[in-house]
Design a protein around this ligand. Structure first.
Ligand code: C2O
Ligand code: CU
Ligand code: CU
Length: 538
């Protein structure tokens, strides 16, 4: 339990107050670009012009077997080389040889087992983000899959022996860690609402650079009810993983790790403590791609898989510069009750939005740009759609999308908890960190214990931008500060974007499984530098 009272949590006046109070050097870094929460790397290779590279669609992974209780998949985690920028070869860490990794397509309630084999040079662990997953398969950050020959390499990090776990701030040891050699099976029951999930690395202290190098892929859950709605489908349904990256002179991905081998010492260089931003925007691994579309409705399933970059997305007709209205049909955890129209959409790291865009009102030849109003220069553009042909369209967006959204009320809550998300100092050497309730992550400490079946309200407060993610459960946003939720806050969420100085209230019911879970900031650099806590479900 955090020892903060509501008065103390809400008492400090936002980001500036927090910085003044802590007197951190990072304060200067943050105040230089308070809107971005992070510092941008500059690529050292020439960047391609926008809207030339075709949009790739990640391959859908074929199961190795579909008989028996679960569909079974196999993924080998390995290094690979890809041509991300035209003419430039880039080394990646991949799921199955590609970035993004292959997409897994699954049905609600039909269990999926994914066997991951680690052929990378460091330990890894996979988390299915947004999955309602038993703890043993949830990818706890110390449940590592060790690569061949890893044993004994963690010398110098006291407490690292025995469990196969070593790396950690101050040499933390986690007696509960379950490590395996070479491979591990993750089983996902997928008893949950259909939605776009994503899988990514979750290794303690090293998640940010591992995702940056390419360890991320998408996982779609479907069901009959959703398919009966008549939403755009087939080639008119596009999963879009948006990431930012930067490239070094030799074509490799640039990242300011203190230890570029990612073997021992976690962390990033000082200017990047608030987050690592790239100057190249990739969609499905391609720089500022273009996709040819029919003059028809499209369903766009957006995921912001960037480490730290927030986007404010809008669709613009390149011809007349006008902003195009679009329809939100879903959030992180599936369909909304009813569609909502937007002209712009803020998207924080790890959030997903399900959108329908109608290209039918544009003449053939129109270029519709997806822009980022929070970017500047090249990062203010994301991708484009070129309307290339007239076409029939029997898709629809029903006025009622779902009827199964939880309707928890304040009076259902048996408990209210408060958590602050702020900069602070951590570890024996008192280095900069990011803290929840004043504490950096410690896998051996128990932070929050909840009871299966209980409804709780969580009140969160942030100094700078913190996209806060809860494992296991979906939640609804009750309020932001003293105001109602924002227009895009509807539906069931698993990640909430707290803005600088903002507080918010969530309501959730603990459902699914008992065991050890997590909640954390999904700015991946913050996550690696302490902003994570344990959630024990009993
Ligand atoms: Cu997407 Cu705990 O993470
Ligand atoms: Cu998650
Ligand atoms: Cu954060």
């Amino acid at each position: 339990m955090p020892d903060l009272t509501r008065r103390r949590v809400l008492g400090i006046g936002g980001a500036l107050g927090a910085m003044a109070a802590t007197g951190l050097t990072v304060g200067a870094v943050l105040s230089r670009s308070p809107a971005a929460t992070g510092a941008e790397l500059r690529s050292a290779v020439p960047l391609p012009p926008p809207f030339k590279v075709p949009l790739p669609i990640p391959a859908v992974l074929k199961p190795v077997s579909t008989s028996g209780r679960a569909d079974r998949y196999e993924i080998v985690q390995r290094e690979a080389t890809a041509e991300i920028l035209p003419g430039v070869r880039t080394r990646l860490w991949t799921y199955g040889g590609t970035f993004p990794g292959p997409t897994i397509e699954s049905r609600r309630g039909r269990p999926v087992t994914v066997s991951h084999r680690n052929e990378l040079p460091v330990p890894t662990v996979v988390h299915l983000h947004g999955g309602r997953t038993p703890a043993a398969s949830d990818g706890y950050p110390t449940d590592l899959v060790l690569p061949a020959g890893w044993g004994g390499q963690e010398g110098g990090h006291g407490g690292g022996h025995g469990g196969g776990h070593g790396s950690g701030h101050g040499g933390m040891h986690d007696p509960q860690a379950v490590t395996t050699d070479l491979s591990r099976d993750y089983t996902f029951p997928l008893e949950q609402r259909p939605t776009l999930l994503w899988y990514h690395d979750h290794r303690m202290d090293f998640t940010a650079p591992a995702i940056w190098r390419g360890l991320a892929g998408m996982h779609i859950v479907r069901d009959d009810a959703e398919e009966a709605l008549g939403l755009p489908s087939g080639p008119r349904e596009l999963p879009l993983m948006i990431t930012d990256r930067a490239f070094a002179a030799d074509g490799s991905l640039d990242y300011p790790s203190l230890d570029p081998t990612l073997r021992e010492r976690p962390g990033v260089q000082e200017p990047y403590l608030a987050g690592v931003l790239g100057d190249v925007i990739l969609v499905n691994g391609a720089p500022w791609p273009v996709h040819e579309v029919d003059a028809a409705r499209y369903r766009l399933r957006l995921l912001n898989a960037s480490n730290a970059r927030h986007y404010e997305l809008a669709f613009v007709d390149e011809g007349d510069g006008r902003t195009i209205e679009f329809t939100q049909i879903g959030a992180d955890q599936g369909l909304l009750a009813a569609p909502v129209k937007h002209s712009a959409l803020p998207v924080a790291p790890a959030e997903r939005y399900d959108l329908v865009v109608d290209f039918s009102r544009f003449p053939v030849g129109t270029l519709v740009k997806l822009v980022n109003r929070m970017g500047s220069g090249r990062t203010s553009e994301v991708m484009a759609f070129r309307v290339v042909r007239k076409a029939a369209d029997d898709s629809r967006v029903p006025t009622r999308l779902s009827t199964d959204l939880p309707t928890w009320r304040r009076s259902d809550a048996v408990r209210v908890r408060d958590f602050s998300f702020r900069a602070g100092r951590m570890g024996e050497d008192s280095t900069h960190g990011w803290l929840i309730g004043g504490k950096p992550f410690d896998p051996a400490r128990s932070d929050v214990t909840v009871r299966l079946g209980d409804v709780e309200i969580w009140r969160l407060v942030a100094d700078v931008h913190h996209p806060v993610h809860l494992h296991l459960t979906g939640f609804r946003i009750l309020s932001r500060g003293t105001k109602d939720p924002l227009p895009h806050d509807g539906g069931l969420k698993d990640t909430i974007s707290l803005r600088p100085g903002e507080s918010a209230e969530l309501i959730t019911r603990w459902e699914g499984y008992r065991g050890r879970y997590l909640f954390h900031c999904h700015n991946a650099e913050h996550e690696d530098m302490g902003m994570m806590a344990n959630l024990q479900v009993t």
